[in-house]
Design a binder for this molecule. Structure first.
Ligand code: UD1
Length: 431
């Protein structure tokens, strides 16, 4: 049983990496399949823990799920309707909340466990989702034991809904509930992330009428029912961005394949400021860094701003730069739990609320560290690749939640990285 990752760092990365399907798109599209009375064939499914949990949850609602090959899955929701899925599974990931919107849309009733997911060190409310469902005509309550119950006895009716905070989850959840509601729903101040467009494209290809996804006004005209079909999920923006940040931190050159260039521009701009060279092709990007790394400032914002899910990875690259950089977290209340772990490797980062000042130290030293959440875990991997000596990362299930075969992909481009077990208490041994 492998439960840690060991990295002997200090080697430049060189070669090609293939990007998997987008986690956050797949996590919304799988519940969306529950709206379809028929078979959805989903291609480019990432093989990651969160997706496997989401597929297990939909099985619990009565779906028939089968893989045709490692990246293609068929979900048949013809006979869906069981109201008692595995609540423990639901608590393991945030995106289980998409089953509220999807089940409300399909059977006008949903009961799900309060969602879990990454703990960034602050609150992660779902009040906007609940207000949206209520606006569409559902009664929503939180029951003892941490359950969210929603029911629309008279069905759902389209409404104008203004989100007072730009929320990815609320935008997609309301979209799911509204697709088969009576009449038109308009979501104003909607989030514009690539996975929102992907969910809308999926729904439209199954017969929905969703317009404006990718802008801040989304219009959804309710349809009677959705039909089955085949859909290919977009590549993962954050996985690609993580490898772009990794090669910027370690030096070297990577050709990152199966990407959508415009999704990566907000990340590439910052890496260029730091000294990386970036060349975009139709569906790939070449990132190289041979010279010095320079300081820069970063503010995370909803798309098309710099993504909060790239903030920890960039912080590591900034540790390797000269001078002081300022990071401002503009999406979450706080997202700096990883800073204490990086300090063990010699990083000098000072946090004050939403702001972190990264004093470039030019080098990091290997140490035992923890992956405190998914992107924090990715940051530890980059730190280990850039550091001198050995880094051993604990809590790697957090990494496996969102990165397909990260060890194999990095080994293929020259990293000295392997899984290790606890079985050898003296020196951790590669298996
Ligand atoms: C999704 C991503 C997560 C990413 C985040 C922002 C998934 C599974 N997760 O999370 O990786 O970091 O988008 O890009 O796709 N908010 C409220 N009330 C709500 C909902 C959100 O106040 O009901 C606030 C949050 O506290 C936060 C902001 O809105 O400050 C953005 O959150 P949101 O976009 O909803 O994040 P998630 O969809 O949970």
């Amino acid at each position: 049983m492998s439960n840690k990752i060991s990295i002997r760092g200090g080697k430049p990365l060189k070669g090609e990496i293939h990007i998997s399907g987008a986690k956050n798109a797949a996590l919304a599209i799988i519940p969306a399949a529950a709206l379809v009375k028929g078979v959805c064939r989903l291609e480019n499914i990432p093989n990651i823990v969160d997706v496997m949990i989401q597929l297990d949850i939909i099985r619990g609602f009565g779906a028939d799920v089968r893989f045709l090959n490692p990246t293609t899955v068929e979900i048949d929701c013809t006979h869906i309707g069981c109201q008692h899925p595995d609540y423990d599974l639901m608590r393991r990931l945030r995106a289980s909340y998409y089953f509220i919107g999807a089940m409300l849309g399909r059977v006008h009733k949903a009961e799900v466990a309060m969602p879990g997911g990454c703990n960034f060190g602050g609150v992660r409310p779902i009040d906007l989702h609940m207000k949206g469902f209520e606006a569409l005509g559902a009664e929503v309550s939180i029951k003892e034991g941490g359950f969210v119950c929603a029911e629309a006895r008279d069905g759902l009716s389209g409404k104008n809904i203004f989100l007072d905070v730009v929320s990815v989850g609320a935008t997609m959840n309301i979209m799911l509930a509204a697709v088969m509601a009576e009449g038109q729903t308009v979501i104003e101040n909607a989030a514009k992330e690539p996975h929102i467009v992907d969910l809308a494209n999926f729904l439209n290809s199954m017969g929905a009428d969703v317009m404006g996804a990718g802008t801040d006004i989304i219009k959804i005209r309710g349809v009677k029912e959705l039909h089955g079909g085949t859909y290919s999920i977009i590549p993962d923006q954050i996985e690609a961005g993580t490898y772009m940040a990794a090669v910027t931190a370690t030096g070297g050159e990577l050709l990152i394949k199966n990407i959508i260039p415009r999704h990566l521009e907000c990340i590439g701009v910052k890496l260029e400021e730091m000294g990386a060279e970036i060349e975009y092709f139709d569906d790939s990007v070449r990132v190289s860094r041979y010279g010095e790394l320079h300081r820069t400032n970063i503010k995370t914002l909803p798309y098309p701003g710099f993504p909060t899910d790239m903030q920890p990875q960039l912080a590591v690259a900034l540790c390797m730069a000269d001078g002081a950089s300022v990071i401002t977290e503009g999406v979450w209340e706080a997202r700096y739990l990883y800073v204490d772990e990086l300090a063990k490797m010699g990083a000098a980062i000072h946090v004050d609320g939403k702001v972190a000042v990264v004093d470039g130290v030019g080098k990091l030293t290997g140490a035992p560290v923890k992956a405190t959440d998914l992107r924090a875990g990715a940051a530890m991997v980059i730190a280990g690749l850039a550091a001198t000596g050995e880094t051993v990362i604990d809590g790697i299930v957090n990494i496996e939640r969102g990165y397909e075969d990260i060890v194999g992909k990095l080994r293929a481009v020259g990293a000295d990285i392997s899984y290790v077990t606890d079985n050898d208490p003296v020196t951790l041994k590669a298996v």
